[in-house]
Design a protein around this ligand. Structure first.
Ligand SMILES: Cc1cc2nc3c(=O)[nH]c(=O)nc-3n(C[C@H](O)[C@H](O)[C@H](O)COP(=O)(O)OP(=O)(O)OC[C@H]3O[C@@H](n4cnc5c(N)ncnc54)[C@H](O)[C@@H]3O)c2cc1C
Ligand SMILES: Cc1cc2nc3c(=O)[nH]c(=O)nc-3n(C[C@H](O)[C@H](O)[C@H](O)COP(=O)(O)O)c2cc1C
Length: 484
């Protein structure tokens, strides 16, 4: 008897839907189902007509919009030419991530559910609508829904009896195998660059442009509570072009201090090189990680140790812990009944992964490197409205950054990863480069430059208007007034 195969496809803007999709993948593997977990746009969508069992995990972003990594899928699935029997072989369920304070609550999940029914697929359950506004977060809706889903799936797709369930507490195999290497293999140091600038293709998340920082200047008075920076990048030779309203994405790094602290806790040598091999065929190499790579590069540029850990982090950490007391606490945090306590410990005070690891030192010191990429999510890029015009500043790109810093009940102030990192870059102390790429924004300015517009953009919300005004001045428009 063959093992049933489940496909989990996700669309995620900031990682929550991806984390839930990976949780589904782990729960499926514990139940001995074959399981693939993929971003919707990295899946060959035409193959859906052959899939028997698919769970879609989708966030809603913007104003009821699909996340960037499912935009191609979204266009495809709503093609008018698709027949109403296209997906009649498929059982499916949709898990939505949203926030009920938005007018279009879980719009993507609801619309996708309806569309799949129109295409002939059979729903296993009504869609699950995870809500950030719930005091226990989206898991309040997801936990009971998943219980029902597994009951249904295991009834319709029973696994052979000689494959018993793998109990919680036993770690599943890691996605990758780390092989530490004493010497740098012959690909040389070129492979260690984060990204190169290929003049043929505009920079993207997979291949950002390393833009030198030209200036980094505070534009608010020294007494003002908010530190706002005007940062200028040199984008000469990048093939980047932009207009007012466009957005630049920036991939930040962890601070040197945090990187070193993390390595110390885990007993890792930052200078050590390693190679990564996927445990299963077909698992892609982590995007943006060079091969070979140094531990320091992995920790500073890839692992989001400054983020607030999710429940899945505690679940895996508990499995890896050799220390009785620490393991017991970690298991509690990963259980359904421990969610209120976890919220108080982590989410409310915004405690970071690094700080949690400091609280569980015996466990941290025993984490096998193979599990690092299962345990800690990838650093996410941050978006900034472009605050300049190429017509006024050829070969340059400027942004206005409000440095995020606030206090919770923890003694140490909370600092935004990207804004604090950008603020720390000082080109006067030597060359510094920032990985970035540009995408169109949703803010559209009138095509005829003489159309009068009233612009309201408080704080750094003024950035796109600064760009629009520079454009209009370059076109010799007069009568412009920007009030602040
Ligand atoms: C399309 C778009 C355009 C943007 N343009 C700009 C721009 O022009 N300039 C700009 O400065 N930013 C802009 N942002 C925001 C920017 O992308 C980052 O979110 C911001 O810089 C913070 O990132 P960070 O990494 O420093 O903070 P993170 O490490 O991501 O931390 C931010 C998180 O901290 C929490 N937080 C922040 N303040 C508090 C508080 N007082 N109390 C409790 N929790 C808090 C919130 O959960 C918040 O999500 C834009 C965002 C988008 C989506
Ligand atoms: C900029 C932004 C726009 C959002 N727009 C919506 C929305 O229109 N409807 C909704 O239900 N949730 C909305 N949300 C909430 C997200 O869907 C929710 O936080 C979700 O957990 C994010 O999942 P992700 O991390 O996988 O992207 C928005 C969140 C952000 C940050």
């Amino acid at each position: 008897m063959q093992v049933p195969q489940l496909l989990v496809l996700f669309g995620s803007q900031t990682g929550t839907a991806q984390d839930e999709a990976e949780r589904l993948g782990r729960e499926a593997r514990r139940r001995r189902l074959g399981c693939r977990v993929q971003a919707l746009d990295s899946y060959a969508v035409a193959d859906l007509i052959r899939e028997p069992l698919v769970i879609f995990v989708c966030a809603t972003t913007g104003q009821g919009d699909p996340p960037d990594n499912m935009k191609n899928f979204w266009r495809f699935i709503f093609r008018k030419s698709l027949l109403s029997t296209s997906l009649c072989q498929m059982d499916f369920a949709v898990l939505g991530l949203g926030d009920s304070s938005y007018a279009k609550f879980n719009f993507v999940a609801k619309k996708l559910h309806r569309r799949l029914l129109q295409l002939g697929a059979s729903a296993l359950l009504p869609p699950c609508l995870g809500d950030d506004q719930h005091e226990l977060g989206p898991d309040a809706a997801i936990d009971p829904w998943l219980g029902d889903l597994w009951k249904k799936i295991m009834r319709l797709y029973p696994v052979p009896l000689d494959f018993p369930e793998i109990p919680l507490g036993i770690p599943l195999p890691s996605k990758f195998i780390f092989q530490f290497v004493q010497e740098v293999p012959s690909v040389g140091t070129e492979g260690l660059k984060l990204a190169s600038s290929d003049p043929q293709r505009p920079p993207s998340e997979l291949q950002p442009f390393l833009a030198p920082v030209i200036t980094n200047q505070r534009v608010t008075g020294p007494q003002h509570f908010q530190d706002v920076r005007l940062i200028e990048f040199d984008i000469t030779g990048s093939s980047i072009s932009y207009a007012a309203g466009d957005v630049v994405s920036i991939m930040p790094s962890n601070s040197e201090t945090h990187t070193q602290q993390f390595c110390r806790l885990l007993g890792l040598n930052p200078k050590q090189f390693f190679l990564l091999t996927p445990r299963e065929p077909g698992v892609p190499h982590p995007p943006g990680l060079p091969q070979p790579c140094t531990v320091s590069h992995l920790v500073s540029r890839y692992l989001d140790i400054a983020s607030v850990p999710r429940r899945s982090f505690f679940e895996l950490l508990a499995c890896l812990s050799p220390h009785g007391l620490e393991r017991e606490k970690l298991l509690e945090f990963s259980s359904a009944r421990g969610q209120e306590e976890l919220w108080e410990y982590c989410n409310r005070p915004r405690r970071t992964i690094l700080e949690v690891l400091c609280d569980f030192p015996h466990t941290a010191a025993a984490i096998p490197p193979d599990y690092l990429l299962d345990l800690i999510p990838r650093i996410r890029p941050r978006a900034f409205s472009i605050a300049s015009s190429l017509l006024a500043h050829p070969g340059r790109l400027q942004i206005l950054v409000a440095v995020v810093q606030y206090q919770t009940r923890l003694k140490e102030p909370r600092r935004g990863l990207c804004s604090s990192w950008l603020a720390s870059l000082n080109p006067e102390q030597g060359p510094v480069q920032v990985p970035l790429w540009v995408r169109p924004g949703s803010l559209m300015f009138p095509e005829t430059p003489d159309t009068p517009i009233i612009m309201v953009g408080p704080g750094t919300g003024v950035a796109p208007f600064r760009a629009a005004i520079q454009e209009r001045v370059a076109h010799s428009q007069t009568g412009l007034l920007l009030a602040d």
